[in-house]
Design a protein around this ligand. Structure first.
Ligand code: KG4
Ligand code: ZN
Length: 352
């Protein structure tokens, strides 16, 4: 089984081909990612209109590049998967329509993929990770702790009440004059810094639910920066290290609660998984390693390239769905919002 995956929900245009091996793991035959970082960095964040235009300009040639790299014609694919949301609607439409076009032309099955589900399932591409598992999904737009019980079967145990973790990294970077995207820049600066110099808050530490709140930490970081301005490189490094240490403490505490809720509501976990762009962070990976060592569960952290947005995760989610017969038709809608958990989805519908 070979599936093409297309990703355009944010500021990465990506196309990949993944093959399902007989042993149940996935082989990435092609993995093309075109980042729009340069186009957005003057604005310190993603500009939706610029993103949509950039996706349109590159998507055709990127898909062709992926098929060429995989040495495949579109007609040799077994399915076409495209992220249908959640994300910036202009970009989502570009990838979704491209995928539908290829599916229509080739007559191959089409799979409308939830971008969050792709982050949640891609750790299984290596093979050997069984359901159910505890997942920290942390990206620029999302921060959730989920029980992943099966394909399409998710229970949300906690979520952020304000900023996503990646967003907190990005905003902190911006206020400290570091480049976009902020995560890697803050992590690099933090390596040279003193994490104890600025005693920043750890919001919601010890609370019995697994939710996050990060806007207070962001404000505290800004106030600490203003108090020592003008900032020298030493100050920036210390602020980054102190900010990152606070985030790490919060994640560790929230995951501890998440695991307790998981055991109460689902049962025994097969492992702990971190996914989403923030899971590329070395300090967070280390902390989750310590957490898992204490709890006796294996930690599964996909390679950083599979943590940030990519086409292989969309193709893999397509494979997971295709082999269960969960195919979509060409009327599948682009969805700016698309919660993974059905109870969360019902709440959204009631609000709408
Ligand atoms: O999953 P992703 O590529 O796109 C979204 O769906 O949002 O995540 C991007 C986010 C950005 O906020 C970026 O700053 C953050 O992930 N990120 C990191 C690191 N690498 C990327 N955050 C912390 N440390 C990193 N090394
Ligand atoms: Zn993402």
């Amino acid at each position: 089984m070979r599936v093409l995956g297309i990703e355009t929900t944010c500021d990465e245009t990506a196309a990949a081909v993944v093959r399902l091996r007989d042993n149940g793991s996935g082989e990435i035959l092609a993995d093309e990612v075109m980042s729009q970082i340069a186009a957005h960095s003057p604005y310190g964040g993603v500009v939706p209109e610029i993103a949509a235009r950039a996706h349109i300009e590159i998507i055709d040639s990127l898909i062709k590049r992926a098929l060429d790299a995989a040495k495949l014609k579109a007609s040799a694919l077994d399915g076409i998967a495209a992220a249908a949301g959640p994300g910036l609607i202009g970009g989502v439409l570009v990838g979704l329509m491209s995928g539908k076009g290829i599916a229509l032309a080739t007559g191959k099955p089409f799979l409308a993929i939830n971008h969050l589900e792709a982050h949640a399932l891609v750790p299984r591409i290596a093979g050997g990770l069984a359901f159910p598992y505890l997942l920290l999904l942390a990206s620029g737009g999302h921060t959730q702790i989920l029980a992943v019980k099966g394909v399409g079967d998710y229970l949300r145990l906690g979520a952020t009440m304000d900023d996503a973790i990646g967003e907190a990294f990005d905003k902190t970077a911006k206020l400290l004059g570091l480049p976009y995207p902020g995560g890697p820049a803050v992590e690099a600066a933090a390596r040279e810094g003193d994490p104890t110099r600025f005693p920043l808050p750890r919001p919601l530490l010890g609370r019995p639910n697994a939710d996050f709140s990060l806007s207070g930490l962001k404000t505290a970081t800004r106030l600490a920066a203003e108090a020592v301005a003008p900032l020298r490189p030493r100050d920036v490094a210390d602020l980054c290290a102190s900010f990152q240490a606070a985030i790490v403490d919060v994640i560790e505490d929230r995951m501890r609660v998440g695991l307790r809720l998981f055991r109460e509501r689902v049962g025994a976990a097969q492992g702990v998984v971190i996914a989403g762009g923030v899971a590329a962070n070395g300090a967070i990976r280390e902390a989750m390693g310590r957490f898992c060592a204490q709890t006796g569960l294996p930690l599964i952290a996909p390679a950083p390239r599979l943590c940030t947005d990519n086409g292989a995760m969309i193709a893999w989610a397509g494979i997971e769905r295709l082999r269960l017969g969960l195919v979509d038709d060409l009327t599948a809608a682009a969805r700016p919002r698309w919660p993974l958990d059905v109870t969360a989805e019902r709440a959204l519908n009631n609000k709408a």
